[in-house]
Design a protein around this ligand. Structure first.
Ligand code: EPZ
Length: 417
């Protein structure tokens, strides 16, 4: 399993190319089965969740292999439309394969994904969207038995702009005759990246990034290459780390528009931030101040995935910051661990109040989930002394090389097996 060992209290300085986005490449990997041929993914991050997706693709009969930094998927050999329990349980977002398998095979069988550290992870919106398209779905015994039924292009509406449900509906619509319009679609940049991938494959998709997405289904498809967008949450993590520890960093390949709410908060906290077309530069004295309430919301609101790392960067700020977590019901599990470092945080339901303290002390803490673990790293970098962070498998789900990246900025961080 391993632990991160961090000696905090050092300023960070340097330039980084940000890895490919986990939350873009996972739906894209599912989408590769929409074409009975080859998809080449450039800038694909090597993550535990990508490994889990590769295992699912191979289980379905596809070939999926690394060629240098490219992940090459050949879905022409796909023979199966079922995903066994043990593979579904490896990754909560494996449900994203449902729409793609249904599109390709006209049927799909997979188990209900488990919950996760963030609380129950229902898929009712996914199933409602697919049923609006005409899919026949039986839920029984923890398994989903899905058939295309009289699936065809239709107007469908999501009751909330769910990222996963939007992606599942989009991939299902690609296999439906006629035009599908998805109202109240999620507007996250990762859906825009998925649309670029699908268009490169030959599908006629438009509107991603807005709340109305349309698909003209059953287009002829062909082999394609795609470069995965940079990971905006990894970028937010590194900006938060330098903001708290002090120093300066240039993050290359990042579209600042994808981070506007995070950049606004760090600017208000006292950082100097400059954005160019393809990079974000941040300078910080390490002396931050509290900011106006941070309320997480669907894009373009403040991203729930950046809540923990921003909180970690403000633990020694002058003043108080209120967080309101509106997306997930259990996304403050990192708070108790941060308090072991001397943070002063009080949680009441969806609200967390962070009162800045003079100093943080290195401690032995546990990563509670993917972004909570990243928050431990951010806090440890600005704490005095040594921290040990356990259960780092959570962090390795979404960060390709957090030790290498932060070491390149001068951090004293290592992985101890
Ligand atoms: C995606 O999860 C991301 N994961 C999450 O990132 C991210 O936090 C989330 O979107 C919100 O931006 C991937 O893209 C792989 P949702 P997803 O459906 O699709 C509820 C990370 O740290 N809901 O937009 O599961 C749900 O419980 C991860 O990288 C239903 O009630 O998020 C949540 O409260 C964590 N029924 C809210 O909607 C459903 O059928 C938003 O969820 C689906 C969701």
């Amino acid at each position: 399993m391993g632990e991160f060992i961090i000696e905090g209290g050092r300023p960070l300085r340097g330039s980084l190319q940000v890895q490919g986005a986990k939350n873009s490449v996972l739906p894209i990997l599912a989408a590769t089965i929409l074409h009975s041929g080859v998809s080449v993914l450039h800038h694909c991050p090597r993550l535990r969740d990508v490994d889990a997706s590769i295992r699912i693709l191979r289980q379905l009969g596809c070939r999926a292999d690394w060629e240098g930094d490219d992940l090459v998927v050949d879905a022409s050999t796909m023979v199966c439309s079922q995903i066994p329990d043990h593979l579904m349980r490896e990754m909560r977002s494996s449900v994203i394969f449902l729409g793609a398998i249904l599109s390709r095979c006209g049927e799909a069988e997979l188990s209900l994904p488990g919950g996760c550290e963030l609380g129950p992870r229902p898929i009712d919106l996914h199933l409602a969207a697919l049923r609006q398209l005409g899919a026949e779905i039986d839920e029984g015994g923890g398994r989903l038995h899905c058939r295309a039924g009289d699936m065809c292009g239709r107007e469908i509406t999501l009751s909330i702009p769910s990222v996963g449900a939007t992606e599942n509906a989009l991939l299902t619509a690609c296999g439906c005759e006629g035009v599908t319009t998805i109202f109240n679609a999620a507007r996250e940049p990762e859906i825009d990246d998925l649309q670029r991938f699908l268009r490169a494959m030959g599908h006629q998709v438009q509107g991603a990034g807005t709340s109305v997405v349309t698909v003209a289904g059953r287009s002829p498809t062909h082999d394609l290459e795609h470069t995965v967008m940079p990971d905006r949450i990894v970028a937010a993590t590194y900006l938060a780390a330098v903001a708290a520890a002090g120093g300066e960093v240039e993050l290359k390949g990042v579209d600042y528009r994808h981070l506007s709410t995070v950049i606004a908060a760090l600017h208000e906290a006292g950082c100097r931030i400059h954005s160019t077309g393809s990079a974000v530069l941040l300078r910080s004295t390490g002396e931050l101040k509290g900011v106006r309430p941070i309320r997480t919301a669907p894009y373009p609101g403040f991203p729930t995935d950046a809540q923990a790392v921003l909180m970690a960067s403000l633990l020694k700020s002058k003043g108080t910051t209120v967080f309101v977590e509106n997306i997930f019901e259990n996304r403050y599990r990192h708070v108790d661990e941060l308090c072991r470092m001397g943070a002063d945080i009080r949680v009441e339901g969806r609200v967390a109040v962070v009162c800045g303290v003079e100093r943080l002390r290195g401690a032995a803490v546990e990563a509670t989930d993917l972004r909570g673990g990243a928050a431990m790293v951010v806090a440890a970098l600005s704490a005095e002394g040594r921290s040990r962070i356990g259960s780092i498998h959570h962090v390795q789900r979404g960060y390709e090389n957090i030790v290498g990246d932060l070491s390149a900025l001068g951090a004293c961080i290592s992985l101890e097996a």
